[in-house]
Design a protein around this ligand. Sequence first.
Ligand SMILES: *Cc1c(COP(=O)(O)O)cnc(C)c1O
Length: 357
Amino acid sequence: MSRLRLLNPGPVTLSPGVRAALAGPDLCHREPEFFDIQDRIRSQLLSVYDNSAEDWAPVVISGSGTSAVEAMIASLPGADDTLLVVENGVYGERMTRMAEVHGIAHARLHIAWGAPIGPDALAEAIQAHNATHVAVVHHETTTGRLNDLNAVHAVCQAHDAQLLIDAVSSFGAEAIDFGPAVTAVAATANKCLHGAPGAAFVLARHTALEQATTRALYLDLAGYAAKQAARGTPFTPGIPAFYALDAALEEHRAAGGWPARREHYQTLADQVGDGLAARGIDELVPRAQASCVLRSYRLPAGVSYRRLHDHLKQAGFVIYAGQGQLADDIFRISTMGNLDATDMDELLHVFDEIIAS
Ligand SMILES: *Cc1c(COP(=O)(O)O)cnc(C)c1O
């Protein structure tokens, strides 16, 4: 198969350095060499947003992004707590499913896909349900909307609710303010950090981990935290994914951290957005409210997603379909990964072929 440039929201096109790291040496995960890597990853994860080890525990889990989100949701609300899940896309709805599966007392604040979270509606819902915890998706990858974390945080703080954040598709590229109401943030290696799939993580406050609940064996967040703090691991980790994350975090830091990555994504996303607008293709979410990571576009009249996808794939680009109710209306383009302006120029050129055909 010839080289494909991935414009789907993870896994991403890897840098040569991260790809080479995947083929690191065979290693036993009970040996000090592994714990050196695990320690380095944990400390680098804290450094991405300058979190102090005094307040925050970095917990790495071998699994996809969902494993980290589920470990967070399944572990942090206690038996007497109530979780309010804010839904404005697939990933918010998935957290509600997690609460159902794990028997957590919960309520939903359901908002139309793509619509913003209203602070007043959030405040009312917290009060109506006596919610102790609020779960929210930072960047709703379903639509490309970047939810306003600062506004959500302010409401949670005013109502004494703890905030649990799915930052799977924003960690490493968008601003995240770890304010006092933020209790845990879950994310993954293979989106904005440019690692490989198979490693995910949660940054959780020590104070929350001390009161955590065990509702699952593999996804017991406090269990991982305790083992990893003592240079241990409960299960066999995905060692190649750890190698890749270690290399990816170093590249992320060396390239200027999350502000530089945001700038880079934003420039590419604007290049694509402007180029598609000039070809009559509109964005779904107003730009000021969209993430730097991914944009949703309305399918041009008379062009099916299948035709668009297949033609682009033939030319070396993988785009992403809309989910659920948006499947027939939109396509999505992410600018995460080892991509540059030349890649986007080539992409726009292929759009010309498709529109002309
Ligand atoms: C990608 C994504 C997930 C799930 O990640 P998987 O790695 O597929 O499990 C969860 N939440 C958001 C916001 C995502 O973009």
